[in-house]
Ligand binder design. Structure first.
Ligand SMILES: [Zn+2]
Ligand SMILES: [Zn+2]
Length: 115
């Protein structure tokens, strides 16, 4: 009997820093070093305004996120998520640690996903 693949993320962000204008970096408790384009993060906002609850379909029209989108503030929520306050006024998205790891754009994660 084959067990399904369950990805358990127990790592938590140790530090979150703005690498440059459009890049965010997260260092995880397991030593993983993630990089993200902030625009990509904003496009993957998991809140009910941005993702249709029922279909899981993204409600953000492609190209509708401004190139100069930036997080104004980043706040840890409990032990499981991070909340971004974007400069377009949007702040309802809670990015779970699991989601953030899925969105990681470092070369190791990218080559894994490109199989
Ligand atoms: Zn949202
Ligand atoms: Zn990665």
């Amino acid at each position: 009997m084959a067990a399904g693949i369950i990805i358990m993320i127990s790592a938590t962000p140790k530090s979150i820093k703005q690498v440059d204008e459009s890049t965010l970096g997260i260092v995880w408790s397991d030593g993983h070093d993630s990089t993200y384009s902030v625009k990509n993060l904003r496009e993957h906002c998991p809140c009910a305004h941005c993702i249709d609850e029922w279909s899981g379909k993204k409600m953000i029209a492609p190209g509708s996120v401004a190139d100069d989108i930036r997080p104004k503030n980043i706040k840890a929520v409990g032990l499981y998520a991070v909340q971004f306050y974007w400069n377009d006024g949007h702040d309802t998205g809670l990015y779970t640690h699991e989601l953030l790891r899925q969105l990681c754009e470092c070369s190791a994660c990218k080559s894994q996903g490109a199989a």
